[in-house]
Design a protein around this ligand. Structure first.
Ligand code: FAD
Length: 317
């Protein structure tokens, strides 16, 4: 079922969902299941699975280093299919512009369609580790809007190089990213919102936000989006702080602000267990307020470990 159908069916009740990242190559999928299992009692209608950008690795060949481009966490679509099969919940594979030609994207979408995956998250992807800025892949898309257009066209039988009789067409529900504190490359929040509107006008059905730690930022973002004519559901993304290093890392990587009260509480912690507890309690307060405001879904970034998400969900669902 589509994410938007789940939201409609919930009739105003806030749903619980979360995002997972594929394991590093060579690891067992059981590790993922071990993290998903404790969260199933909260009945997520859908689970997101990220896609990683490619990165360079250096292979030692008799003293000479061979530089190869590889994806360390492949398997997004396979993981989505296995989760749907094992747990009977919908999954949302993240589909990226970066690292994929348009043709490769088409084949990923065809695989998803055959596997019964009805939702996809259309994203540009970040710059590769060694790049300062995002460089579009040769033959790929430069912006998420163009990817949304490709998926929307495919939904209507318009493949890249052929128009197909739509006997049993794919009909993906398309999610896109939104940034309450603006995307790091955008010159202003208003410009970024205009770009978001372009994604929705191109066919996106819902938005999931970047993490934020001050709910006011989300409420203002939703209002500004509505004022601009963005009328699709805007799902808040929540990440509990888990280690002290997040105080530097999250603002640096995502260009987001952390509230002073949260910084002070984390600073006062002596152990990472204490930090994790502060992160849980902050996320619970955030989630309670968002739920009271009637958000359609509370979507959690699990980053591979689910014990903190479980503790938060226990208080809310
Ligand atoms: P876009 O919507 O293309 O926007 C990128 C930038 O370009 C913005 O600054 C925008 O304002 C600007 N822009 C857009 N259109 C134009 C235009 N026509 N002309 C000029 N400027 C324009 N990354 C991953 O690698 N894998 C994942 O699985 C993943 N999942 C994510 C899930 C969520 C919910 C979120 C919020 C982010 C995720 N990301 C992921 C990170 C995301 O890929 C990065 O934030 C990326 O830098 C931007 O992606 P986007 O889809 O928002 O890009």
């Amino acid at each position: 079922m589509k994410v938007t159908e789940h939201i409609k069916k919930a009739e105003g009740k806030t749903l619980f969902s979360f995002e997972i990242i594929p394991p590093v190559k060579g690891r067992s999928i059981q590790e993922l299941y071990d993290n998903i299992d404790p969260l199933m009692e909260f009945k997520p209608p859908f689970i997101d699975v990220t896609t990683s950008r490619e990165e360079y690795v250096y292979i030692d060949r008799d003293g000479l280093l061979d530089k190869k481009l590889t994806r360390m966490r492949p398997g997004t679509v396979g993981i989505c299919a296995s989760i749907q099969h094992k747990y009977g919940v919908d999954t949302v594979p993240h589909v990226l512009c970066g690292g994929f030609t348009k043709e490769e994207t088409e084949y990923v979408l065809v695989d998803c369609h055959y596997l019964g995956i009805e939702n996809v998250m259309a994203l540009r992807g970040d710059a590769r580790k060694e790049e300062q800025y995002f460089n579009p892949t040769k033959g790929g898309h430069a912006y998420a809007t163009d990817l949304v257009k490709q998926i929307y066209a495919l939904n209507h039988g318009n493949y890249l190089h052929d128009k197909v009789e739509t006997v049993h067409s794919a009909d993906f529900c398309i999610g896109v990213a939104g940034y309450p504190e603006k995307h790091l490359e955008a010159p202003s929040l208003m410009t970024d919102l205009k770009r978001l509107k372009e994604k929705v006008d191109a066919g996106a059905d819902y938005v999931v936000t970047q993490m934020f730690f001050d709910n006011q930022k989300y409420f203002e973002f939703v209002k500004a989006a509505k004022d601009m004519g963005i009328n699709v559901p805007i799902i808040p993304g929540i990440k509990p702080i888990a280690v002290k290093r997040h105080l530097q890392l999250l603002p640096q990587v995502f260009k987001i602000d952390l509230p002073q009260d949260l910084i002070d509480a984390v600073d006062d912690c002596n152990t990472n267990t204490d930090v994790r507890q502060v992160g849980i309690e902050w996320a619970i307060q955030q989630s309670k307020e968002l739920k009271a405001a009637g958000v359609p879904v509370l979507h959690y970034y699990s980053m591979g470990k689910s014990d903190n998400i479980e503790a938060i969900a226990k208080e809310l669902f």
